[in-house]
Write a protein that binds this ligand. Structure first.
Ligand code: B16
Ligand code: MG
Length: 218
């Protein structure tokens, strides 16, 4: 029985990784090293502070805590200047239709994202109303693969974890879903998201019936 679907944001509902990339690359440039698209893959699904740690490790740099805080803040200011301009046409194909299908079939919906900017992004793409609740980087203390973000979502929705399905694009997120004892649909490549119960390339053409059929045998 599926009682709720919990969606990650970046890489599932929208592609904000490209804006994170520009902002982190600008910081790296300022610090005197290069930051590549391949490096950026390591930051997907990872919190802002952890992302900065990875970036500094790539550049072989070390800074005191207060300077790191200022860097993360600066990066976020640039990132926010991009997401402020986001429009509904940046919602990934098929997501809105699938969310509406869930709700018209009485299945609850939640957002479970590491991003502290999640509420603003949902507002910009006008999808806030399609989520019953939002659990984001402001309401959690433990980062994925810790299951906190998804367990909080299930608890607030009043649905048992085993009746929740998580949609995730990052390995750490798939692990978090499995650690929460939830079913997980990976968005991306089966080679990367092998731990998920099912992997799909995206929501285009994906229906609730397909979800039921594919997860029945799990
Ligand atoms: P912020 P998700 C994650 O979103 C991003 O994938 C990750 O790259 C980012 O560092 C993290 O949010 C924190 O974002 O700086 O906006 O708080 O995939 O969990 O929806
Ligand atoms: Mg993600």
């Amino acid at each position: 029985m599926i009682g709720a679907c919990i969606f990650d944001l970046d890489g599932v509902v929208v592609d904000t990784a490209k804006y994170h990339f520009i902002a982190w690359k600008a910081l790296a440039k300022e610090l005197g090293f290069d930051f590549t698209l391949e490096d950026n893959e390591r930051l997907k699904g990872v919190s802002r502070t952890q992302s900065l740690e990875i970036l500094l490790e790539i550049g072989g740099k070390q800074f005191p805590e207060h300077e790191k805080l200022a860097m993360a803040k600066k990066k976020n200011t640039l990132y926010v200047s991009f997401i402020e301009k986001m429009t509904p046409d940046e919602t990934l194909p098929g997501v809105e239709k699938f969310l509406r299908e869930l709700r018209s079939n009485g299945i609850k919906t939640a957002l479970g994202s590491a991003s502290k900017n999640a509420p603003m992004i949902l507002e910009r793409i006008r999808l806030t109303e399609l989520f019953d609740i939002i659990v984001d980087g402001n309401s959690i203390t433990e980062a994925k693969p810790n299951p906190e973000v998804f367990l909080k979502g299930a608890e607030r929705l009043g649905v048992l974890p085993e009746n929740c399905v998580v949609f995730e694009d990052a390995i750490a997120g798939v692990e978090a879903a499995r650690n929460a004892k939830m079913l997980c649909v990976g968005i991306g490549e089966p080679e990367t998201l092998g731990l998920a119960n099912l992997v799909i390339p995206g929501f285009e053409g994906f229906t609730l019936e397909q979800l039921f059929v594919e997860l029945r045998t799990v």
